[in-house]
Ligand binder design. Structure first.
Ligand SMILES: *[C@@H]1O[C@H](CO)[C@@H](O)[C@H](O)[C@H]1NC(C)=O
Ligand SMILES: *[C@@H]1O[C@H](CO)[C@@H](O)[C@H](O)[C@H]1NC(C)=O
Ligand SMILES: *[C@@H]1O[C@H](CO)[C@@H](O)[C@H](O)[C@H]1NC(C)=O
Ligand SMILES: *[C@@H]1O[C@H](CO)[C@@H](O)[C@H](O)[C@H]1NC(C)=O
Ligand SMILES: *[C@@H]1O[C@H](CO)[C@@H](O)[C@H](O)[C@H]1NC(C)=O
Ligand SMILES: *[C@@H]1O[C@H](CO)[C@@H](O)[C@H](O)[C@H]1NC(C)=O
Ligand SMILES: *[C@@H]1O[C@H](CO)[C@@H](O)[C@H](O)[C@H]1NC(C)=O
Length: 416
């Protein structure tokens, strides 16, 4: 017969393991919860959503994320890197138009996605989409130019969109604009169709042809009013000028159309653009970039003497020596150089021509569009006439342009 005391003892003793377990379970649960909480606050801190989402954290730029002084990031080489590249896949980015989705359009080789641009003198910072969104908080970034610039715009959206939850991002088409909005950051990445930067008869977002061009060399106001106040402006204009050595244009008198030598016309257009910048840009709060010409690979004899093709069936970049195709007009480059020198405000030139020259493998070739439609089987069988050696597949070369743009934006952080 047990005494009441020992009975209680035994009860306590038998309870003990249960108690122990409960404590353990509680402790584990607590641990998991705490962990979750701290993870969540870590995430929301990163993502900037905590308590109303209006807490502004300064963007911290690590020393290794700065472009080393004196390093020219545009001089370098392409290195094989199928571990870090591509940053995204066609299938994971719903915003790509069919002009750039080479794989979906039938391209079977995929090496073109796996090259990393390695500057000779330093490293590019790793593209961090969240960091970019923090830099873009309450800001607008706009890409202005032709379809090549649209490719860069789409690349940028694809680079950032994966870190934004569904329902918190949207793409709106308001021709000639496209606007990608990131709700939690009150940020937007935008595109504005203006193939000549200045006004022209090709300004309709879809109804335009390079065969009929007429440019108003001294008119920009219709476009400019949409660019006003935009925090980061990224301009580009080249290939539409180059269709023919002469171009119909007006200058001075709006009714007097005459033919201009393209180099003269380009210079006058950049002058009009420069005047607009000088009277509309606040250099302390607005950042202006200009993308140098995107090269074309229309004549394979330029990199493969004796051949008579184009960029079709090219699977590797040019990796030895320096290569510069005749499609990248040095006279136009000089005009661009001089125009930027004369400008009273700072415009950062992203001189991506040379690095893109090496990428004869990365164009859409027969896996793109012609007049808004994918190539037919018959057209594909005739790459000499139908390969597109102007536009680029995505993921691809425009991602690198954006990595460089990102690096410059990071670099500008401490100055603003
Ligand atoms: C990456 O490239 C290396 C070297 O060419 C190759 O051996 C490897 O299989 C590739 N990995 C993937 C995941 O494609
Ligand atoms: C949202 O961003 C725009 C600029 O894109 C800015 O004018 C506006 O003040 C921002 N809104 C808030 C609530 O900060
Ligand atoms: C396209 O523009 C031209 C004039 O620039 C016009 O004649 C034609 O009707 C337009 N086509 C469509 C489909 O709107
Ligand atoms: C300029 O316009 C005229 C009249 O439409 C045309 O005949 C000529 O070919 C055009 N010139 C160029 C360089 O496009
Ligand atoms: C256009 O003008 C430049 C000099 O301004 C000259 O070098 C070039 O040959 C001219 N092009 C044509 C097609 O006349
Ligand atoms: C593409 O190039 C490879 C060699 O690099 C060649 O064997 C093949 O026949 C070419 N394909 C076409 C369709 O020209
Ligand atoms: C861009 O770089 C190339 C060399 O890659 C150079 O020839 C050209 O002058 C540069 N352009 C400008 C505007 O500085």
């Amino acid at each position: 017969m047990l005494s009441p005391k020992s009975l209680i003892d035994r009860r306590i003793r038998s309870l003990f393991p249960i108690l122990l377990y409960s404590i353990l379970i509680l402790a584990v649960a607590r641990l998991v919860l705490d962990n979750l909480k701290s993870k969540q606050s870590h995430l929301s801190r990163l993502y900037g959503m905590s308590s109303g989402g209006r807490n502004r954290l300064p963007v911290i730029v690590l020393p290794e994320e700065r472009i080393e002084e004196g390093c020219n990031v545009f001089e370098g080489r392409w290195v094989w890197d199928n571990v870090s590249y591509p940053f995204y896949e066609e299938e994971s980015c719903a915003y790509l138009v069919k002009q750039t989705t080479c794989k979906k359009n039938g391209r079977s080789d995929s090496f073109y996605k796996n090259w990393r641009w390695q500057p000779h003198g330093c490293n590019l910072p790793r593209f961090d989409p969240l960091k970019l969104l923090h830099m873009l908080r309450d800001k607008r970034m706009m890409f202005i130019g032709d379809s090549l610039q649209r490719g860069q715009f789409e690349s940028m959206i694809c680079l950032v969109q994966s870190v934004i939850p569904e329902g918190k991002k949207s793409l709106q088409r308001i021709p000639p604009m496209k606007i990608f909005r990131v709700e939690e950051f009150n940020a937007s990445i935008e595109y504005y169709w203006a193939p000549f930067i200045v006004e022209s008869i090709s300004d309709h977002a879809t109804n335009h042809t390079v065969h009929k061009r007429m440019v108003m060399l001294d008119s920009i106001a219709k476009h400019g009013k949409h660019w006003q106040g935009v925090d980061i402006l990224v301009f580009e204009s080249y290939v539409w000028w180059m269709h023919n050595p002469f171009i119909n244009a007006t200058y001075g008198s709006p009714d007097k159309v005459r033919e201009y030598n393209v180099t003269t016309a380009y210079r006058l257009a950049l002058k009009t653009w420069a005047n607009w910048l000088e009277s509309n840009i606040q250099p302390l709060t607005q950042n202006v970039f200009f993308m140098s010409m995107s090269p074309t690979h229309l004549w394979s004899w330029e990199w493969k003497p004796g051949s008579d093709e184009n960029c079709f069936n090219e699977s590797y970049p040019i990796q030895e020596g320096s290569y510069w195709g005749t499609g990248s007009n040095l006279e136009i480059m000089k005009i661009l150089h001089d125009s930027l020198q004369e400008l009273k405000i700072d415009v950062t030139l992203l001189n991506i021509t040379q690095l893109s020259e090496y990428r004869k493998d990365a164009h859409t070739s027969i896996y793109g569009e012609r007049k808004g439609k994918l190539l037919t089987k018959e057209q594909r069988a005739n790459p000499k006439s139908f390969a597109d050696c102007i536009h680029w597949c995505l993921p691809g070369v425009p991602d690198t342009w954006n990595e460089i743009l990102y690096a410059y934006l990071l670099n500008h952080q401490n100055f603003s």
